[in-house]
Design a binder for this molecule. Structure first.
Ligand code: NI
Length: 181
């Protein structure tokens, strides 16, 4: 399937609230091809996740997951997940700040506050329900990707701009860093 162009911050399409997908449409080729494009585009960019609005499709679909990711070499593995119509429930008020990047914000990283413990629910590509309780980087990735569905990019969440900068300056030893990120 074709690898899609990833929209960059400044594109107004990244600010749109994405629409839910009617469950009866999940098996259709339009939705299945969208999922394939998201996975292919995410893997080709070494992304930890990707949301449909990032390829210009304003629908509530995100993909994420990796065993080992060169962009986040210290992150624990996250299972490959296709998540449709997600809902997130924080399970405590505790938030942690940690580094994030975004394929729509190439070359930059910031420390972003996110809930440590969350439950997330939604549907997979076969229409089966997903209901998981997670923490740490897994919880962070889900919150980051789902933010794309409500028009939020991580710089909008940054509280302390002392921890915001260029990846090549902050992490000069990061291996396999693509030219743009
Ligand atoms: Ni992102």
């Amino acid at each position: 399937m074709p690898i899609q162009t990833i929209l960059k911050m400044g594109d107004p399409r990244l600010l749109i609230i994405a629409e839910k997908i009617p469950l009866e449409l999940i098996p259709t080729s339009a939705v299945q091809l969208l999922i394939n494009d998201l996975l292919d585009t995410m893997y080709s960019a070494n992304g930890a996740g990707l949301a449909a609005p990032q390829i210009g499709v304003s629908k509530q679909v995100v993909v994420f997951g990796f065993d080992q990711n060169p962009r986040y070499p210290n992150a624990e593995a996250v299972p490959e997940t296709i998540l449709i119509n997600p809902a997130i429930t924080p399970l405590s008020d505790i938030q942690d700040e940690d580094w994030e990047g975004c394929l729509s914000v190439p070359g930059l990283r910031a420390k972003v506050p996110r809930y440590r413990h969350i439950r997330y629910q939604g549907y997979d590509r076969t229409g089966n329900a997903i209901d998981r309780t997670v923490e740490g980087f897994h919880a962070r990735v889900v919150q980051h990707e789902c933010d794309h569905l409500i028009g939020k990019l991580y710089p909008m969440r940054v509280k302390d701009f002392n921890h915001f900068g260029f990846t090549e300056v902050l992490f000069p030893d990061l291996q396999d860093r693509p030219a743009e990120e």
